[in-house]
Write a protein that binds this ligand. Structure first.
Ligand code: ES4
Ligand code: ZN
Length: 319
């Protein structure tokens, strides 16, 4: 299963920072942490919903300060993922969270790019997707996009993440239109905790090419028909959905139903340092707890390559 070539399309680079790295960077950058050990930090990783996770995710990010930090973070994620069969990753990053602490766009984007370049010899490729924090204003998102303009060579697209409920995609229509004018691709988190209507808005107003999560689309049969007809990729994150309370146990996850509906489903890790595993562990878990067959795992892996922003030649090579 680890040997099947895969693409990871839904991973937040800040969510790949393992507790050991949180402590290492805190020491190096002289940032004070409110925990005395890695074990104590890890013991806080009991989440009830998305916000309870986001609170600790944003707090831990305070240790990320320099170009070197971002480079090491990206390289470590890609090395581990490559071991699990990931041949290509499209990686989210949250610049607003770092800009707010006085870290500039250049060390963030260039550091992440250097990390990607550092592991190129292992055959894994990656692209960066700039995510806007939906619980910040549309104006802040537009300012962030403007700050990113000198770095567009390093950025393939834009996304939308953070606290979903109460922050509909419609809030960001103009920002996504501007991003499209700049030649960027578009994706958005929708239907993770928010309603199916947010998935429709992401498609109609933000004109996204993939929906991140999208699990709540199943509450809307008309939307399911549309997603099937258009074969819109959904980047599903099984371990994340369980850790954040969408399902009580992995055996209750609706991944099999999404597949049975004929949707273009992919499997991803979201925030692997927080949710119990990278893409390989997500694949193993759905096989064990949802009865997903080896053949279906192959299908899910092939979907991830097809749903990526890779060119047709590289896609063919990975299929
Ligand atoms: C996230 Cl799981 C999840 N959902 C929304 N925004 C996020 N940012 C990082 N992880
Ligand atoms: Zn996510």
């Amino acid at each position: 299963m680890l040997d099947i070539p895969k693409a990871e399309l839904h991973v937040h680079i800040e969510g790949t920072m393992e507790p050991e790295m949180v402590f290492e960077l805190a020491r190096r950058n002289e940032v004070e942490l409110p925990y005395s050990s890695v074990a104590e930090l890890r013991s806080r990783y009991e989440f009830t919903d998305l916000q309870s996770f986001l609170d600790i995710y944003y707090a831990n990010m305070a240790v990320l300060r320099t170009r070197r930090d971002f480079r090491e973070l990206a390289a470590a994620y890609l090395r581990e993922s490559a071991r699990q069969g990931v041949r290509h990753a499209e990686i989210f990053f949250d610049p607003q969270a770092h800009l707010a602490r006085g870290v500039e766009m250049a060390p963030i984007v260039e550091g992440l790019s250097e990390g990607i370049a550092e592991v190129a010899d292992s055959g894994v490729t990656a692209e960066l997707i700039l995510c806007f924090l939906r619980d910040e204003s549309a104006g802040s998102a537009m300012d962030t996009l403007r700050l990113a303009e000198p770095f567009l060579d390093h950025i393939i697209g834009v996304g939308l993440d953070s606290a979903e409920v109460g922050h509909p995609p419609s809030k960001f229509t103009d920002v996504f239109e501007r991003a499209r004018e700049l030649g960027l691709r578009a994706v958005a988190h929708a239907g993770e905790e928010g309603p199916a209507e947010y998935v429709r808005e992401a498609l109609d107003l933000l004109r996204v090419e993939r929906v991140d999560h999208g699990i709540r689309a199943l509450y809307d049969p008309g939307l399911v028909d549309r997603l099937r007809r258009e074969q819109t990729p959904l980047t599903v994150c099984p371990l994340s959905n369980v850790r954040l309370g969408s399902f009580d146990h992995l055996s209750q996850h609706t991944l099999p139903r999404l597949m049975a509906e004929g949707l273009m489903v992919t499997i991803n890790s979201d925030d692997p340092a927080y949710f119990g595993g990278y893409v390989g562990e997500n694949f193993s878990a759905v096989r064990e707890h949802l009865g997903i067959t080896r053949e279906q795992l192959r299908q899910l892996a092939a979907n991830s390559v097809r749903a990526s922003f890779l060119g047709s030649e590289r896609k063919s090579a990975l299929l």
